[in-house]
Design a protein around this ligand. Structure first.
Ligand code: PLP
Length: 441
């Protein structure tokens, strides 16, 4: 009997014993192609020698120091690198151990910034439905993934409201262009800020490309620029959650580069450490740093493992590998191949309503009926069965439900490692096709 409190108490998962590039191998010797990087994490596969060597070397030199006593060289160098590649204006970094901590940090920074600026009445956060920002209580409070929230609803923060996401496949009206739809969707933020009273709103948080809750649904062109303008008009901070979609996943180091928008706070994790160490970060706009430097001069927040030296050394090596191996450009090339392959295999599939995404961050929305976009009855558990069947076929993908309204709807997310070969991308499409056909048979 396992003494781990596993995610499912009914079943102990297979034991993974080894990683080889994009492949995982279990104790029985079965090989799985990891086409989702777990949950969008392992962007360099599972055995990159340069990242492992950097962590090993750092562990020998100095594994950890507490940031109330010291800074460390890998943390400083990683922050330099992240800022150098970031949208102009993001000038400092607060490290965390993952995505939820990054969300908590961004929410608290937004609050402290407004207080120090002399606007302590700003206490509301606005977020979007069908979004996910983490599982700690603050992060879950802003999240709009109703299935993940439901049990905890009575203990979540009260000062959070949600608007509709930018979900072009379902929410665009037939008489609207994509761009017109995007502007209309963004204007929901203006309406919500006015409803709450603009002087009471602290920040708006969203994923530029929605991952787990919507299956790689990107904002349409113009949406984020309109959101930025609305936030600016009302003194509301814009937090972009790039925990899943950032760090090269969309073919840009930061996903928002494609939208031409600079947030006030940007969270990142997953691909930052690529799974070699747990790490996340919040990038902070100079404007915020200056207000706080001139105010109390200290952030009222922190975690024990902030700026962990070995984690930072690993993440620094990940950044260096991106550059040395030209991997962000490679994501664009492989992403096109993946999209083309999926289009060819599923473009006319009766149960695939939409194929979407950016770079190597791609989602398929599954429907009962393609013409009406009617979702499957949730009782059929399509997404759960697809995950299990794909595993049997030797493929890791990331299916989820509640796509349409938090209850109905199914999608599958693909987030293959950037180091995949062309043939591994093709194999991903092939195995997903086999698994989907089996589930729907
Ligand atoms: C967009 C987004 N934000 C935040 C998180 C939370 O990150 P973590 O699980 O590392 O706490 C996730 C995790 O899936 C995510 O996808």
């Amino acid at each position: 009997m396992s003494h781990i409190f596993h995610r499912s108490l009914a079943q102990v998962p297979a034991t993974a014993v080894k990683g080889e590039g994009p492949w995982l191998i279990d104790a029985a010797g079965k090989r799985y192609l990891d086409a989702s990087g777990g949950a969008g994490v392992s962007c360099l596969g599972h055995s990159h020698p340069a990242v492992i060597a950097a962590i090993e070397a750092q562990l020998r030199r100095l594994p950890y120091t507490h940031t109330s006593f010291f800074t460390s060289e890998p943390a400083e160098r990683l922050a330099d690198k992240l800022v150098a590649g970031a949208p102009q204006g993001l000038t400092s970094v607060f490290f965390t151990s993952g995505g939820s901590e990054a969300t908590e940090t961004a929410l608290k920074l937004a609050r402290q910034y407004h207080v120090e600026k002399g606007e302590p009445q700003r206490r509301h956060f606005i977020a979007r439905l069908q979004s996910y920002h983490g599982n700690s209580l603050g992060a879950l409070s802003v999240g709009g993934n109703m299935a993940r929230r439901a049990l905890y609803e009575p203990i979540l923060l009260p000062n959070v409201s949600h608007i509709e996401p930018c979900y072009v496949y379902r929410n665009r009206r037939p008489d609207e262009t994509e761009e017109a739809y995007g502007l209309r969707a963004a204007d929901a933020l203006e309406a919500e800020i006015r409803r709450l009273g603009p002087e009471s709103v602290a920040a708006f948080i969203m994923e530029p490309v929605v991952g787990a809750s919507l299956g790689a649904a990107p904002a349409v062109a113009g949406y984020l620029k309109r959101i930025r303008a609305i936030c600016d008009r009302h003194g509301v901070l814009l937090i972009l959650d790039e925990v899943m979609c950032g760090m090269g996943r969309t073919g840009h180091l930061y996903a928002c580069a494609e939208d031409g928008v600079v947030p006030d706070l940007l969270t990142t994790a997953k691909g930052l450490g690529a799974g070699y160490q747990p790490i996340g970060a919040v990038l902070i706009h100079e404007r915020i740093r200056q207000v706080m430097a001139a105010g109390s001069g200290a952030f009222q927040h922190g975690f024990t493992y902030v700026g962990h030296a070995a984690a930072c050394a690993g993440a620094l090596a990940v950044q260096e590998v991106f550059e040395r191996e030209g991997l962000i450009e490679r994501v664009q090339v492989l992403g096109r191949r993946l999209r083309d392959g999926l289009q060819e295999r599923f473009g006319n599939h009766h149960h695939v309503g939409d194929i979407r995404g950016r770079g190597l961050f791609v989602g398929l929305e599954l429907v009962e009926d393609r013409a009406s976009k009617r979702p499957f009855d949730p009782a059929r558990r399509i997404n759960g069965r697809l995950k299990a069947t794909a595993l049997e076929e030797g493929l890791l993908c990331y299916p989820s439900g509640g796509t349409v309204d938090g209850k109905a709807g199914d999608h599958v997310l693909l987030a293959p490692p950037y180091i995949c070969s062309e043939s591994e991308i093709d194999l991903t499409v092939e195995r997903l096709g086999t698994a989907l056909d089996r589930v729907l048979a």
